[in-house]
Design a protein around this ligand. Structure first.
Ligand SMILES: Nc1nc2c(c(=O)[nH]1)N[C@H]1C(S)=C(S)[C@@H](COP(=O)(O)O)O[C@H]1N2
Ligand SMILES: [Mo]
Length: 511
């Protein structure tokens, strides 16, 4: 065999050895994480840290490009980077084992650092990464044929031996990773806990939805969002898992009487039920991150008053089960609107993705300043003393919902037959309510639309209109006024730092 080709084979094999060693390291890490918890897995920890460190433009891009797949895409990206780095480490290790081993060690060190700096970290969270370094270095040594005298002169192991150890490493890596991941998930416990909950009837049910609150138009967003379709936005790479039985809520800080509450305590309280629309500050104009549910919960303001809010407190900081924080302006919570500690949505316990077992909701504030999921701790404090997660990242600390409107029908670039064309959508301005929605065609005069009957100022409203159009390309635009008569501004802005503005538009072809 010519020397060049031999060299290339060796390189390829060395790269494979690097990747296999990294695989053994990862498999080991996932197995150990079964004992130390999902957040200590180096892959998860690095992913979570990447989410926390990512600049605003990158997060915006990920949310708008990948939507609910932003997290799988991130994990995929991390794995690809890992494979490339490990391949190089393998190639380097053939010539200088120590340097290759140090490279594997570096990967582990990054994992350990990420795990140790997570908000709810304990020193034990470094264990999976440390075990990974040892296992990875041992695998590298073994796969390179270390200690064996049967090696060929170029330092590569004999073919048969490599086939056996290599296959063994691959199998171990795959098994370790999958078994480890399965053991890490306590999803079974949470599902069981959730299934066992019998939600109590509210003492104050939601008002019956009036006739005309919803138009029967195909393709139009339904008034109530089915739970399976409720949007999801959060920083959690693994869903925080806490059963209702384990759950407690501590209310402390600037209060006269600190409170500690169990789930049973909460269920035994007189609960209320309300229709509330929730939306995300990261929603682009026309975007999908808004949903409406019938929530069951206890009035948050009442609970805080029972604890005795002290003068001077102006921020309510909620912490989730994983240590993530959301800061809510306290005056908004206490101004008479019906903020909730919610345990049910649309007649079911919260879904794990939407905050099981308990989340906060404040109608009129974007989710990032009000809707803490997996809530376990409420501290009364001041904005001067504490910056919550998104405030630290320069988002507006108040997070008042901006008036928004969207065209759902027709879909962008639809072909619609000539004749009367139905145009319809939804508009929201929680707590101020929607006062009017107008639309226009091809930049012409604004025309009024018919609004669905208002259910509550805290929920969205549907709108519809009908137009007669000539054949050809047409552009629809929509704008809404809130209950105070303030129209959405035309100027298009990005979501950062207080929500996107501008009119949604859709182009269609009339045939
Ligand atoms: N614990 C926790 N709560 C959270 C978040 C989060 O990242 N972690 N994201 C917030 C944001 S930005 C929004 S828009 C809403 C979304 O709630 P949903 O996923 O139930 O729709 O949850 C809020 N609550
Ligand atoms: Mo959000």
């Amino acid at each position: 065999m010519p020397h060049v080709s031999n060299d290339r084979t060796t390189k390829r094999k060395a790269a494979l050895i690097g990747v296999l060693s990294a695989g053994v390291a990862l498999g080991t890490a996932e197995l150990v994480s079964a004992a130390t918890g999902p957040n200590s897995s180096p892959v998860t920890a690095v992913g979570s840290s990447a989410i926390d460190l990512a600049p605003v433009w990158l997060k915006d891009f990920a949310i708008s490009t990948f939507g609910n797949y932003d997290k799988p895409v991130l994990l995929g990206g991390i794995l690809v980077a890992l494979v490339v780095f490990a391949a190089v480490a393998g190639i380097v290790a053939v010539r200088r084992f120590a340097v290759g081993a140090v490279m594997i060690g570096l990967l582990g060190a990054v994992g350990a650092l990420a795990a140790l700096t997570r908000p709810s970290a304990s020193p034990l969270d470094a264990l999976p990464s440390l075990a990974a370094i040892l296992a990875g270095a041992a695998a590298l040594h073994l796969l390179l044929g270390g200690g064996s005298s049967a090696d060929s002169p170029d330092g590569s192991p004999s073919r048969r031996k490599f086939l056996i150890t290599g296959t063994g490493a691959a199998v171990y890596a795959a098994l370790g990773a999958s078994v480890g991941r399965i053991l890490q998930q306590r999803a079974g416990d949470v599902a069981e806990s959730r299934a066992a909950i019998k939600l109590p009837a509210p003492v104050s049910p939601a008002a019956a939805r009036p006739n005309g609150h919803s138009f029967p138009i195909p393709g139009l967003t339904s008034f109530e969002t089915p739970n399976r379709d409720f949007y999801r936005v959060d920083t959690a790479l693994v869903i925080p898992e806490i059963t209702a039985e384990e759950w407690t809520l501590r209310i402390h800080g600037m209060v006269d009487r600190p409170v500690e509450l169990t789930f049973a305590d909460l269920m035994a309280k007189p609960l209320i039920e309300r229709d509330i629309t929730l939306c995300c500050v990261s929603n682009e104009v026309g975007g999908p991150y808004a949903s409406t549910a019938r929530w069951l919960g206890f009035p948050l303001a009442q609970l805080l008053r029972e604890a005795g809010v002290q003068a001077g407190a102006n921020q309510l900081v909620g912490t989730d089960h994983a240590g993530m924080t959301i800061g809510t302006p306290l005056d908004v919570v206490l101004d008479g609107r019906e903020s909730l500690l919610a345990i049910g949505m649309n007649g079911e316990p919260l879904l794990p993705t939407n905050g099981f077992p308990v989340r906060q909701l404040v109608p009129g504030l974007f989710g990032y300043t009000s809707a803490t999921k997996w809530l376990v701790d409420l501290e009364l404090t001041t904005f001067d003393k504490y910056d919550a997660y998104w405030t630290e990242r320069q988002w507006d600390p108040i997070g008042t919902v901006l008036t928004a409107s969207r065209i759902d029908v027709p879909k962008p670039f639809a072909q619609v037959p000539a004749g009367p064309v139905t145009v319809a959508g939804v508009a929201w301005a929680q707590h101020r309510g929607i006062g009017a929605v107008q639309f226009r065609v091809d930049g012409g005069e604004w025309q009024s639309t018919q609004l669905s009957t208002e259910v509550s100022p805290d929920t969205w409203r549907q709108w519809r209109a009908s137009v007669q159009l000539d054949k050809g390309l047409h552009r629809f635009e929509v704008r809404a006024a809130d209950g105070r008569g303030d129209w959405q501004p035309e100027e298009r802005t990005r979501p950062f730092p207080r929500g996107a503005t501008g009119w949604h538009s859709v182009a269609v072809t009339v045939t």
